[in-house]
Design a protein around this ligand. Structure first.
Ligand code: AMP
Length: 614
């Protein structure tokens, strides 16, 4: 799973440039920045630091974002978009079963393609809509800081796949932001608490994130500055809103009613009061209020009974995440609380009991992810040099060599950013073009791996086969974006291409590719050996052919005929599967030609010596 990574040496960002950290959330978003050495969330005009992730398309053509838009959720649901994060990088097929959760129109014509949302006569992409939220955050930051903002770090859930990450990055671009890094939310939360700073000791961290509508548990391991996600679990439709619904249901049943007995407006009033009650009960024992013509009250004891099943569900997810990571609760060194709903005392105490320790709740749970993103941004800006966070690349990267073999240049699990290079040569005399095909995967044959890119290094000046020195260099940056450079060292001809190795490869696909490589390892090794023998045979044949043509006047008939015969015998079995037979015929040809090859070589040397002496 992609992590975050930073290479201080490569960070070319000017000092003093402000890079903001953005938590682009399902219900709420925030922007934070370092101020006087501390991360701080920036506040706006209305609801403090939080910008509701809601967009309203008004009748008069205006587009409202945030608090203003939120007011239209009930009044004008068709023109008011919320939860757009749930649609990022997803196709209609992906969200088919969730459609009832959205009040707006999701287009279902192209089920394979990315979803589109229809508002009036216009189609919007989740990327474009997210860009509107990001733009609002950027403007907020610009207003507060009195300067233009061009660069940002944006957080995403740890389980986001590459398509979803790429979509988030694209949204940033559309909002006029250069997204320097996509960071996992649990990683950002850990950073906000300063975890992982002690590079010498490994730590295992559980990040429990209960928001308004989603729940995530992530188990992370930090070692030598590498944040590794060991497992994630959760429920994409469980959060504080369910607490509110439980309270509303309780009040209605006390009044002998159900949701159908009240108007939409009354139900909304009840929900708002329920949320108020819930928040009040985070610090008090009793609540009372009025809504929809009813006088209502709630004690903390009753509230806790109502939400106990929901809290238990989150605990079950935590146990599963531990199991998937191969850990027990006592293996967890730190527990971090994220999301507004972790303010509920029952949630906090239940999580503390499960993990057998006090939880980190010192920071505002709504802000903690954005604060961590701001710290990450600050590291990128080169302001915190004691911190080095690295990522690992999940699959090997390499190029196709003769015979369709995968030649790995950057092995899987390498820390990124990284670069590696290797030299190659041509196999044909006078070869002017060299095709470079880039692959990702663990199998020995490229046809079993995933092709990422291909380009041609052209204009290599005519040289005998084997003479050009082509250096292929792979440069993998911290976001997993790969640049491949090819340079012929004798002539200086060069070419480069940028590829994005992880784009569109889901976690399942990645897991499948890794699994296949293990399953087929034996078979692959055998195939590789045969392919290598075939390539060696071809090289031997080419060399012998060149040798005969160049030196026919220095060879006697027996030598020529004998060489031709052995070449023929090698050619006959060259494409077969018996690598030992291929090797023995290569040897035979080699042994036969060695004496006269040496004789001609000696002659060439003495000729050269003669030349020198003159
Ligand atoms: P988030 O999605 O992280 O912004 O979380 C928002 C959720 O946190 C909503 O369901 C809020 O009702 C809930 N919340 C906010 N403040 C409190 C509080 N003091 N006690 C309990 N829940 C809260």
């Amino acid at each position: 799973m992609p992590q975050i990574g930073i290479n201080i040496k490569e960070a070319t960002i000017q000092k003093r440039e402000v890079i903001v950290g953005i938590d682009l959330g399902t219900t709420n978003s925030l922007v934070a920045v370092m101020q006087d050495g501390q991360p701080a969330a920036l506040s706006g005009k209305q609801s403090g630091t939080i910008v509701p992730s809601v967009i309203h398309f008004a009748q008069d053509g205006r587009i409202l974002v945030g608090d203003e838009a939120k007011n239209f959720l009930i009044e004008d649901p068709e023109h008011t978009i919320f939860s757009v994060k749930r649609l990022m990088g997803r196709s209609y097929n992906d969200i088919r079963n969730e459609q009832q959760h959205f009040g707006y129109r999701i287009i279902d014509e192209n089920t394979e393609g990315l979803v589109k949302i229809q508002v009036n006569d216009t189609f919007h992409s989740p990327i474009g809509l997210s860009a509107l939220i990001l733009k609002e955050l950027r403007l907020r930051a610009e207003e507060q800081l009195g300067m233009e903002i061009h660069k940002a770090v944006i957080t995403v859930p740890a389980y986001f796949n590459d398509a979803q990450r790429q979509a988030t990055r694209d949204a940033g671009k559309l909002a006029g932001l250069d997204v320097l890094r996509i960071v996992n939310e649990p990683t950002a939360a850990s950073l906000a608490y300063g975890l992982g700073r002690k590079q010498e000791t490994a730590e295992t961290i559980a990040v429990y994130d209960l928001g308004g509508g989603t729940f995530d548990i992530s188990i992370l391991r930090i070692e030598d500055g590498v944040f590794e996600v060991l497992s994630t679990n959760g429920d994409t439709y469980l959060g504080g809103d369910d607490f509110d619904r439980a309270i509303t249901g309780h009040w209605l049943s006390l009044a002998g009613k159900t949701t159908v007995d009240v108007s939409r407006h009354e139900l909304q009033e009840l929900r708002l009061l329920a949320e108020q009650a819930k928040k009040h009960l985070s610090t008090a024992d009793d609540f009372s209020g009025e809504a929809a013509g009813l006088t209502l009250s709630l004690s903390r004891t009753v509230f806790e009974e109502l939400i106990q099943p929901l809290v238990d569900k989150t605990l079950a997810s935590c146990r599963q995440a531990l199991k998937d990571a191969g850990l027990k609760a006592e293996d967890i060194d730190q527990v971090v609380m994220v999301g507004g709903s972790t303010r509920t005392p029952l949630v906090k105490s239940s999580v503390a009991t499960l993990f057998g320790q006090e939880v980190h709740d010192e920071l505002d749970p709504d802000e903690v992810v954005a604060l961590g993103a701001a710290i990450q941004a600050d590291i990128l800006a080169g302001n915190q040099t004691d911190m080095l966070l690295l990522d690992i690349t999940p699959l090997s990267l390499g190029i196709e060599t003769m015979g369709g073999l995968m030649d790995v240049i950057i092995p899987r699990n390498s820390k990124v950013p990284t670069s590696a290079g290797r030299q190659y040569t041509t196999s044909v005399d006078g070869q002017a073009n060299l095709k470079v095909s880039v692959f990702q995967g663990e199998r020995d044959l490229v046809r079993d791996n995933r092709k990422l890119a291909e380009f041609i290094l052209s204009g290599i000046p005519g040289m005998p086969a084997g003479l050009p020195k082509v250096e292929i260099q792979f440069i993998l940056n911290a976001d997993g974006i790969l640049q491949v450079k090819a340079k012929e060292l004798r002539s200086g001809v060069e070419q480069s291409i940028e590829v994005q190795p992880q784009y569109g490869l889901s976690e399942e696909e990645m897991a499948k590719m890794l699994l296949e490589s293990v399953k087929h390892a034996q078979e692959d090794m055998a195939t590789r050996a045969v392919v290598e023998a075939r390539v060696e045979a071809q090289n031997m044949l080419d060399t012998a052919e060149r040798f005969l043509q160049k030196n026919s006047n220095r060879l006697n008939e027996d030598e020529i005929a004998g060489t031709r015969k052995l070449m023929e015998e090698l050619r006959d079995i060259q494409e077969g599967d018996d690598k030992d037979l291929i090797h023995s015929r290569i040897e035979a040809l080699n042994d036969f030609t060695r004496p006269f090859a040496e004789r001609i070589m000696d002659h060439a040397i003495s000729e050269a010596m003669k030349g020198k002496m003159l």
